[in-house]
Ligand binder design. Structure first.
Ligand SMILES: [Zn+2]
Length: 349
């Protein structure tokens, strides 16, 4: 794994001095971290998000447009929906990163951000080519395709919007199924993506509640991050995970809207952040984005007004990771910030 990364440094270091895939800067303020919540007052308009059919159409169009993209179906969900992997090519001399979104069907903006990155990567810009020449990019958008459609074998009556569920169609939390892999979604991800392509890095993209704060400051965060915390994870893998976290932290923190806390996550191997690091030696990072499209806790649900900056936060995290892998700068990322990064606190009821 190391040698691949080192090769990428040598070949990529001079290529990427400019900005890659520049996004629009979104200013803090009304739409910033202390901006509006759903608060029970706003109509939830989840139809603005990509439905499954719209996502598939988007991916197929991108596939047609791009020589670099190989769109794969790597499995099927409980309800028979195809699971898609956007594969931008595997060169064994390059490091491989996997971006995984929406293991929880109600955590939607992660996929919206991933689709934007896929679109960027299918454009023929010079900087995109330099990225793709130096990094193997795998993007698996929306693992929980059934929950994201509300097409599940249980009632949604407790959910605020009644459109998206955390669990898959069998009522299972896919991000607690990474050891046993009893569900078709997790089984397919492990067999046909993780074991087949053996990524070096993985970012697992989620959403958390709306009221998470930076330590005891009372300031609402835009997101939270964490590396694999299970004590049996190889220390070198954990350090590489912390470096990936440093890249993401620095990129988001430099944005006006960005405020990041340390996620107080569990050490269980059933969670992908821990399980993939343990089983495959993948350097993993969890990124939790503020607010969900739907939940049974009203307090967790965010309306649409913050979607712009939250999607941008996902794009920023993904692009910064690609750039740091392509130019090798991830190898010198300073991980000391983790020691002082305040843990999440919670200002909700
Ligand atoms: Zn989640």
């Amino acid at each position: 794994m190391k040698s691949k990364v080192l090769t990428a440094i040598v070949s990529g270091v001079l290529l990427l001095s400019g900005t890659f895939l520049t996004g629009n800067t979104v200013l803090a303020g009304d739409n910033g971290p202390s901006g509006p919540n759903y608060g029970g007052n706003e109509t939830i308009k989840n139809e603005r998000l990509h439905s499954y059919d719209e996502m598939v159409e988007f991916l197929e169009k991108a596939d047609k447009r791009s020589e670099a993209l190989e769109l794969e179906v790597y499995g099927q969900s409980v309800q028979g929906r195809d699971l898609y992997l956007a594969n931008f090519g595997i060169d064994e001399d390059n490091p491989t990163i996997l971006f995984l979104t929406q293991q929880h069907g109600n955590e939607t903006l992660t996929t919206e951000g991933a689709l934007q990155v896929i679109k960027h990567l299918t454009s023929n810009g010079k900087q995109v080519q330099e990225i793709l020449n130096n990094v193997n990019v795998l993007i698996a958008p929306r693992l929980n395709v059934d929950g994201a459609e509300g097409d599940v074998n249980f009632s949604l009556e407790d959910y605020v919007a009644g459109t998206h569920t955390r669990y898959n169609a069998n009522g299972v939390d896919l991000n607690r199924d990474h050891v046993e892999r009893n569900q078709p979604e997790t089984k397919a991800l492990h067999q046909n993506v993780l074991q087949k392509y053996q990524p070096d890095y993985m970012i697992d993209l989620h959403h958390q509640g709306t009221q998470t704060t930076l330590g005891d400051t009372g300031e609402l965060v835009s997101g939270s991050i964490l590396y694999p915390t299970n004590e049996n994870v190889d220390p070198e893998v954990r350090e590489q995970s912390k470096q990936l976290g440093a890249v993401v932290y620095n990129a988001i923190d430099s944005k006006g809207y960005g405020l990041i806390s340390k996620y107080p996550g569990s050490n269980k191997p059933t969670i992908s952040r821990n399980g993939l690091a343990l089983e495959y030696g993948i350097a993993t990072l969890l990124l939790e984005v503020r607010g969900m499209a739907d939940h049974w806790y009203e307090d967790y649900v965010l309306g649409q007004k913050s979607n712009g900056y939250l999607i941008q936060q996902v794009v920023t995290a993904m692009e910064a990771s690609l750039k740091a892998l392509a130019d090798g700068s991830i190898q010198s990322a300073d991980t000391s910030f983790w020691e002082t990064l305040p843990e999440s606190n919670y200002s909700g009821e």
